[in-house]
Design a protein around this ligand. Sequence first.
Ligand code: MG
Length: 353
Amino acid sequence: MVLQINPRGFEITRTMKITWKRIKISPASVFRTAKAVRTDKETIWVQIKHEGTVGWGEAVPMDTYRQTLESAEETLGAVSELLATRDPRHIEELSEELVARFDKQLATVAAIDAALHDWVGKKYGLSTVTMLGLNPARIPVTSFSIGIDTPQVVAEKTKAAAGFPIFKVKVGTPEGDIALKTIREFAPKKTVRVDANMGWTVEQALEQLPRLRELRVEFVEQPIAANDLEGLRRLKEAAIIPIVADESCVRPGDVLRLAGCVDGINIKLGKCGGIRPAMKMIHLARALGMKIMLGCMIESSLGIAAAAQLAPLVDWLDLDGHLLIKDDPFIGLGGQGGRLMIGGSQGLGVRPV
Ligand code: MG
């Protein structure tokens, strides 16, 4: 407990307590991308307690950015020391400090950012989306990811997801390309987006994009390597289908570097450090005339609920992480058929089961 003397001279306690716990997340089925096969994984619940109110956030360390559960926990230890005497109402100031200090651990910073927003919302009886001044009725419909598998399994998954109007599929591998064709066969009228996860060279992408256009794909995410901005520019200028940067676009500064190289960016709270930095990216991208997608990892509805608070500001939504797991450890995030319902309760609007 930390005691401080306030300006009026009497003692007050100002102690923010941060605790955390690993949780197991099991995908509803094996999920493959061009880079990896995802099976069971662990994420970390983060809880902030202050003045009798708790706020929650979820940390999903991303191997793409060399983060691990261990590095996340180490970061949480340092953050809990740093924030012990701070006021959780000062989210902007705390976010700036944490992003600067833990630049390589932004998935963990995002969990703290979410917990701070949740805490303030609960403290003052407001949903986070309302606190941000946004209209939850303006949330776009989210895409639903169909994992790569044999054509027969992909056909079954496509049929089982008939209630979702927009599909996303990972391409960039021979199986992924077959999966896309299968999805089109079984869902000829739906909107389909693809993510190549850096699977192609520029030349391969130039060969593949007309095929994607023929299959009426809405846009392609990260066709080539993250650092090949000139390659992205060539693909954008070819104007075959819209190009969206994901792995290339981590922080606000990346939005500036990508202007003119892509048609849109995919923002994820775990990449940039939470709601605050994501807002900066959204406003920058808008000013630069870029489209905005909001994405996620495989995570529980705690992590998804944090991202959903910003959803009224974006063009394309890809917040299906909680729909791809079984036994979601959090409840309260409403919606069906790709519609997300938020704003009905305080803070992020979710609680542990
Ligand atoms: Mg992606």
